[in-house]
Design a protein around this ligand. Structure first.
Ligand code: NAD
Length: 254
């Protein structure tokens, strides 16, 4: 099935993990994918992998919290493809620290990348979706946006903010035929989780206990999260907006 033939999709954080998987699946279904990430090596790797499979990409190295850069990136995409149909606001960073040890600048950085970055991309993309008659946005939140998780004050606050930003945008831009939804992934096998487990005294033991917290008894593969993003971005979800979809192996069902 080629659900994204002729569509232009932006994926932020496309240089790794969930964003890389989403970009690859979008391209596999005929989409033209603008890959945005501040990691130039990651963007190049994703782009090469997709191109190797016959897919179409526009690699872009930008920081989602640099408004001028975001504006330039959107202009480049429009010059190249002349339209934007789907925005996947997915770039994010982790911080594992007790609240009382979290520095102000660390808090600001997590909130900026995980939340303000989505605002900036949306601010610069939505006017073009409005003028072309509509579009869809998929934001990446987390189970940490729905539930508390120790040592994650900034991360939980940012991901809770993503859920409310999603609802606000759905209400404000529904009348312009723009659907806005978010996914809340459970623990997913990506470099982010490798980094977090690497901070633990017993990474294997911690991984075992976190797996056991998910009723399906395992971590997600990035493609399992990406498939939910594609569903929300596709015409199959044509009456879905403002939704907060856990993709978490049952973690939040308990
Ligand atoms: P990852 O670290 O593998 O990939 C994140 C990508 O975002 C990287 O390529 C990184 O370079 C990019 N990025 C970071 N800051 C950026 C910035 N300022 N500008 C542009 N790009 C930037 O992580 P992942 O696990 O694939 O995470 C993707 C999203 O999923 C994040 O929003 C994360 O919070 C969320 N998430 C992940 C998990 C998980 O278990 N892996 C669970 C829930 C939610």
């Amino acid at each position: 099935m080629m659900r994204f033939e002729g569509k232009v999709i932006i994926v932020t954080g496309a240089g790794s993990g969930i964003g890389k998987a989403a970009a690859t699946l979008f391209a596999g279904e005929g989409g033209m994918v603008a890959l945005l990430d501040l990691d130039s090596k990651g963007v190049e790797e994703t782009s090469n992998a997709i191109t190797h499979q016959g897919g179409e990409t526009l690699p872009l190295v930008y920081d989602v919290i640099d408004e001028q850069g975001v504006s330039n990136a959107v202009e480049q995409i429009l010059q190249h493809y002349n339209r934007i149909d789907v925005l996947c606001n997915n770039a994010g960073i982790e911080l594992s620290k007790p609240l009382v040890q979290t520095e102000g600048h660390e808090w600001d950085r997590v909130l900026a990348v995980n939340l303000k970055g989505m605002f900036l991309l949306s601010k610069h993309v939505l006017p073009h979706m409005i003028s072309s008659g509509g579009g869809t946005v998929v934001n990446t939140s987390s189970i940490s946006g729905l539930l508390g998780w120790p040592d994650s004050s900034a991360y939980c606050a940012s991901k809770g903010g993503v859920i409310q930003l999603t609802r606000e945008m759905a209400v404000e831009y529904g009348p312009h035929n723009i659907r806005v939804n978010c996914i809340c992934p459970g623990t997913t096998v990506t470099p982010m989780i490798d980094r977090l487990l690497g901070l633990e005294e017993d990474p294997e033991g911690t991984a075992l206990s976190i797996r056991a917290m998910h009723p399906l008894g395992r971590f997600a593969q990035p493609e399992e999260i990406a498939r939910a993003m594609l569903f929300l971005a596709s015409e199959e979800a044509s009456f879905v907006t403002g939704a907060v979809l856990p993709v978490d192996g049952g973690y939040t069902a308990k």
